[in-house]
Design a protein around this ligand. Structure first.
Ligand code: AKB
Length: 315
């Protein structure tokens, strides 16, 4: 096979997905890229602005790239402070990559969507794959429009593009950057440092979440599936478990009994209240065999152990 390019590799998902792809395909077959001068990766790294089609095409040709994982985006909370620039990055960069699929410069494309595609009129419990979608954030609107473009390029031009609607992703390798679900990462960093945590969502705000290892596995699985198994070319609902800040705190306290939390909801509360509480992902399970491996307790154990090792703190 040709090689894999990850665009936006230095973000929360990219920094873990690159490692997963290197383990799966071998580090000589993976090229990480981002807008930073250099990246901390085991594989080759290239400086690429996702909005620069010429640079992107040069890198794709130089490395003989077959597959592109296009992760560059501005997340839900951050996008609200700069709506037009966020729209431009989230949409234009996707269209650049889809056009490369149409021109057969790349053979396969992965692009992440999100539970942010849903909105206040969407059924919030066990949100179906197909339902009312009225996102009211710039990020959510861009993800919904992006899903429509993905399906359009697949149906109209035969572009092999695949996508998952991630819930909040929780990993220890990278600090979160601008999302509404960021508290669920930050809370673990505070716990291992022995610091109290002030949460920007209310204690009972329930949202779908997933441990990063599961997200990486789902991403590789959907890209590995035979083309005819991938029946949905907009984006698949994907689920692991749902959690509130309060239940996450309880879970942490089983291992870190002195941990304490307080609540100070801000503008992100309204975004969280417009998103699903739980997701129906039966289609992903049926079409390409999706099954999560981590629940809240298993994830808490993995997060705390990994963070203690990383930050060199004792249990
Ligand atoms: C965010 O909070 O913006 C992201 C997401 C759910 O897509 N984590």
């Amino acid at each position: 096979m040709g090689k894999i390019l990850v665009i936006g590799a230095s973000g929360q998902l990219g920094s873990e997905l690159v490692g997963g792809l290197c383990n799966f395909y071998g580090k000589d077959n993976v090229i990480a890229s981002d807008i930073h001068e250099s990246g901390d990766f085991d594989c080759a790294y290239e400086l690429v602005n996702a909005l620069d089609p010429v640079r992107l095409e040069n890198v794709i040709k130089e490395y003989d790239i077959d597959e592109v994982y296009h992760l560059a985006a501005i997340l839900s909370a951050k996008a609200e402070s700069n709506p037009l620039a966020s729209w431009d990055l989230n949409m234009d960069s996707l269209l650049i990559v889809l056009e490369m699929g149409r021109r057969k410069i790349v053979k396969k494309i992965y692009w992440p969507s999100s539970i942010a595609v849903f909105g206040p009129s969407t059924p919030r419990i066990s949100t179906p794959q197909y339902t009312v979608m009225d996102p009211n954030t710039v990020y959510g609107i861009s993800k919904l429009a992006g899903e429509r473009w993905c399906e359009y390029y697949n149906q109209k031009h035969g572009v092999d593009v695949r996508s998952l609607r991630y819930p909040g992703l929780i990993g220890y390798k990278h600090a979160p950057g601008g999302g509404t679900t960021d508290y669920a990462v930050d809370i673990y960093f505070h716990a291992v440092k022995g610091k109290p945590f002030e949460c920007f969502l209310s204690p009972e705000t329930e949202l779908p979440m997933m441990y990063m290892d599961d997200a990486v596995k789902a991403t590789i699985d959907v890209m590995q599936a035979m083309a005819d198994q991938v029946k949905i070319r907009s984006s698949y609902n994907l689920s692991a478990f749902s959690v509130t800040p309060e239940s996450m705190c309880d879970s942490i306290k089983k291992m870190e009994p002195d941990f304490s939390i307080s609540y100070k909801p801000d503008f992100r509360q309204k975004i969280a209240d417009s998103w699903p509480v739980s997701i129906d992902d039966r289609q992903a399970r049926k079409d390409w065999g999706w099954k999560p491996r981590f629940d809240l307790e298993k994830m808490t154990g993995a997060m705390l152990d990994s963070l203690h090792a990383k930050l060199n703190t004792s249990d």
